[in-house]
Design a protein around this ligand. Structure first.
Ligand code: PEP
Length: 255
């Protein structure tokens, strides 16, 4: 089912008590959610169980991991498996965030392994794609993102695709305060949807949730989320501030 989602990516921020306080603040002002209007919160691994417990009993607001290992279990010091993420109570995992691609050299082949193992463990995948500034300046961003999707997702079938959400995050807009314009976001989201339609058919494409990420704030969320192919956002910095993220949730619910 195509759903709107406001997803918070806390990255490597907040201590346990701060994370707890933020979730409690969000829960206190949460508008009515539904299967079609969801909130996702991705804290650091060490807070995943706490977040899942705080969110349990609140429908349609889910915990997510920011990453998972390529392997199921074993001698992989420092890694956290998809099974552990699921066991901690998470429903989603973010795969392929540009910071993972850039700082931890995660290429498309690695991301395929991560998505495969996440799906096999019953997690839903938020698959990130997006171009760097040099590609945007060259004007080849459509091809660039299409390749990421082809190499990351085209080996799935339409049934598996139902457990995948795409997040388009232009790297030049992440944490920079420079948001893609609503027109730029809509153009790329429509392109992504047409790429999905070309491979999986129009029904699968119409069903796909495609989130925008890159300096989303309460002040610009409504304009971005009103675009016909933008189904909500993956939010970094602004998700750490209760009033900001609440404003983004409200925009998601009302668009
Ligand atoms: C992100 O990290 O996914 C992100 C979009 O960050 P920010 O909202 O801070 O640009």
């Amino acid at each position: 089912m195509r759903k709107k989602i406001a997803a918070a990516n806390w990255k490597m921020n907040l201590l346990q008590n701060e994370g707890k306080a933020l979730i409690n603040q969000l829960l206190a002002t949460l508008p009515p959610l539904s299967e079609a209007r969801q909130v996702v919160i991705a804290p650091p691994f060490v807070q995943l169980s706490q977040a899942a417990q705080l969110l349990s009993g609140h429908a349609h607001i889910h915990a997510a991991a920011q990453n998972c290992a390529t392997e199921q279990s074993g001698a992989y010091t420092g890694e956290v498996s998809a099974g552990m993420v699921k066991d901690a109570g998470a429903a989603y995992v973010i795969i392929g965030h540009s910071e993972r691609r850039e700082y931890y050299q995660e290429d498309n082949a690695t991301l395929v392994k991560k998505s495969d193992i996440a799906l096999a463990n019953g997690l839903q995948v938020i698959f990130c794609c997006g171009e760097p500034l040099s590609i945007r300046d060259e004007g080849t961003q459509n091809n660039y993102v299409e390749t990421q999707i082809r190499e990351g997702l085209f080996h799935y079938d339409a049934a598996q695709l139902k457990n995948i959400v795409i997040a388009y995050e232009p790297i030049w807009a992440i944490g920079t305060g420079r948001t893609a314009s609503a027109a730029q976001a809509q153009e790329m989201h429509a392109h992504i949807r047409s790429v999905i339609a070309g491979k999986f058919g129009h029904d699968a494409a119409a069903d796909m949730s495609i989130l925008y990420g890159g300096s989303v704030k309460a002040a610009n969320a409504k304009e971005l989320f009103s675009c016909p192919d933008v189904d909500g956002g993956l939010v970094g910095g602004a998700s750490l501030v209760a009033e900001e993220f609440t404003g983004i949730i409200d925009a998601m619910v009302n668009c």
